[in-house]
Design a protein around this ligand. Sequence first.
Ligand SMILES: NC(=O)c1ccc[n+]([C@@H]2O[C@H](COP(=O)([O-])OP(=O)(O)OC[C@H]3O[C@@H](n4cnc5c(N)ncnc54)[C@H](OP(=O)(O)O)[C@@H]3O)[C@@H](O)[C@H]2O)c1
Length: 162
Amino acid sequence: MNAIVSVTNDWGIGLKGRLLVRNAKDMAYFKQNTMGGTVICGQTTFQSFPGGALEGRRNVVLSIDPTFSAPNAEVYGSLEEALTAVEGEDPNTVWAIGGESVYRQLLPHCSCVLVTKNDVQMEADAFFPNLDENEDWEVASVKEGGVTKAGIPYSFVTYRRR
Ligand SMILES: NC(=O)c1ccc[n+]([C@@H]2O[C@H](COP(=O)([O-])OP(=O)(O)OC[C@H]3O[C@@H](n4cnc5c(N)ncnc54)[C@H](OP(=O)(O)O)[C@@H]3O)[C@@H](O)[C@H]2O)c1
């Protein structure tokens, strides 16, 4: 499995349930990479999607709430159940897409992480583990992205497990 995430300089990923940086080009990058595959997310992140389940992808959602359900989404009450559900999939097409709690639980299962690095400091209450300080991970490639409408420079960095 892989993960895909957008971070600020201190690996912040969200504040009060929302993304930190708006960037249509990054959304397109996310879509291009995950389309046709399986996405795994927490209930909080899933509820933040304006249109519900992400189209063209198998949506796997984690929640311990037995009453939680959503069209076109499979809900599992534990990490083990979710992992079992995706066992038959090509691991390269299974994506951890957040939020913080799900990234932390699934990172040990990931072999590659696509990180959109936004060169900005912003207040955050959700974070991705800092891969630059983790010797299990190395940078495989860096591609300059450009500058967001709000003037934030960003790049697409691929980390791979050593
Ligand atoms: N920058 C990015 O790329 C990015 C991507 C995604 C999300 N985010 C941000 O991340 C933040 C949300 O992160 P978060 O950690 O608060 O929420 P989250 O990971 O999206 O969801 C947490 C919820 O998932 C369920 N869950 C998690 N692990 C579970 C398990 N092992 N078994 C059963 N249920 C489980 C629980 O739902 P129940 O309470 O229903 O049991 C838990 O409350 C938001 O600010 C969002 O914008 C950022």
